[in-house]
Design a protein around this ligand. Structure first.
Ligand code: ADP
Ligand code: MG
Length: 347
């Protein structure tokens, strides 16, 4: 089994073919499932039997999305080997991921981030993509939707207390909720939705990336940059590579260049949205890692972040304080980066 907190993923042989098989149990994450969100085992079994054959199941939509990416979007994507009864089969992608490439050549951080973000945005803007996505969107992986699901309800506080950092993380969630504004709707834009650095692989040296695990939906393209930034930063805080400073410099330079490319009147709103989404995604994933039942295997990335949860919590606390104190998003970004450097350096 490949460690995942969301779906059940396993590499196996099918008629002698080496494939990845992926299944979603009841459409919820494995963490929620093991925490009892869908009832006891007998209930889960019964619900899953129906879910596997339902046309709108997550894997059925993922199959449609992989076809959309390879078709109208013209993007490099994992080869869909088949979809049957709720199971998605893909051919293994070889080659380094974006994480591997940046680790090997930290000085290329800005260039590589730019390449991936531009490639995805150009592909998803092509004709026919939006219509295909509207027929099978995957909203489950969106940052704001996940944040609302986890922290807006009455159960949010109870959940946060189970992380062991309840008090401070409740303050963080409250600051984010208070600062949040409804982003301008960009109805025509399709976003990748789950653009983590491990979801882009480079099978051919110097060639185009190949993507896996899409969560295509309508949204503001800033969400793709936000997820890349938050997950890369978490990797740095968790693993503390020697070149962390160089990578952070590359991320900073990439973000500033992205803002500069926008019309002047849009820059502040973009930066504001970026920082808020980065912080929300960090809270979303940190709390998941902290509440994973012990019988679920964690990836090295997830285990490293959980081991340094104290520092990620401090980062969130210190980086959300300015949201209340100032409206200036460029300051939010600068202070976030300062706090990230502290979290990486913390022993
Ligand atoms: N076709 C594939 N080729 C290579 N690795 C894969 C493939 N499918 C899945 N994986 C690996 O399994 C991990 C989890 O699969 P993914 O599709 O991202 O599921 P999840 O929704 O659970 O994150 C990926 O990050 C990747 O490391
Ligand atoms: Mg994934």
């Amino acid at each position: 089994m490949t460690p995942s907190i969301t779906s059940y993923v396993q590499r196996l042989a099918v008629d002698g073919r080496d494939l990845y098989a992926k299944v979603s149990v009841c459409g919820v994450s494995l963490v929620s499932l093991l925490r009892g969100a869908c009832g006891d085992l007998a209930t889960v079994r019964a619900r899953q039997a129906a879910y596997l054959v339902s046309p709108g199941s997550l894997m059925a939509r993922e199959a449609v999305q992989l076809r959309t990416m390879a078709g109208p979007a013209g993007l490099g994507t994992v080869v869909l080997a088949g979809y049957a009864r709720g199971v998605l089969f893909t051919e293994p992608v070889t080659g380094p991921t974006l994480t591997d490439l940046i680790e090997a050549e930290p000085g290329r951080t800005r260039e590589l981030l730019g390449l991936v973000v531009r490639d995805v945005a150009e592909g998803l803007a092509r004709e026919g993509v939006a219509d295909a996505v509207d027929s099978a969107p995957i909203r489950e992986r969106g940052i704001t939707g996940t944040f609302a699901r986890k922290f807006n309800g009455l159960s949010g506080g109870l959940y946060l207390r189970q992380t062991g950092y309840g008090e401070v993380l409740e303050t963080v969630a409250a600051r984010l909720r208070r600062t949040r504004r409804i982003p301008p709707t960009a109805a025509g834009t399709v976003v990748f939705g789950d653009l983590k650095p491990e979801h882009a692989a480079f099978p051919v040296d110097g060639g185009r990336p190949v993507y896996l695990d899409p969560g295509l939906m309508r949204g503001n393209t800033v969400v793709d940059t936000a997820k890349l930034v938050s997950r890369m930063v978490l990797g740095l805080v968790g693993c503390r590579p020697a070149a962390a400073g160089v990578v952070l410099g590359g991320i900073d330079s990439f973000v500033r260049a992205s803002a500069r490319r926008l019309p002047a009147q849009e820059r502040a709103a973009w930066m504001r949205e970026l920082v808020l989404l980065v912080l929300m995604d960090t809270l979303n994933i940190l709390t998941t890692y902290l509440t994973v039942p012990t019988d679920l295997p964690l990836s090295a990335h997830a285990a490293a972040v959980r081991d340094r949860a104290r520092h990620v919590t401090d980062l969130l606390d210190h980086a959300t304080a300015p949201l209340v104190a100032t409206e200036d998003a460029a300051t939010w970004w600068r202070l976030y980066l300062t706090r990230v450097r502290e979290a990486v350096a913390a022993p």
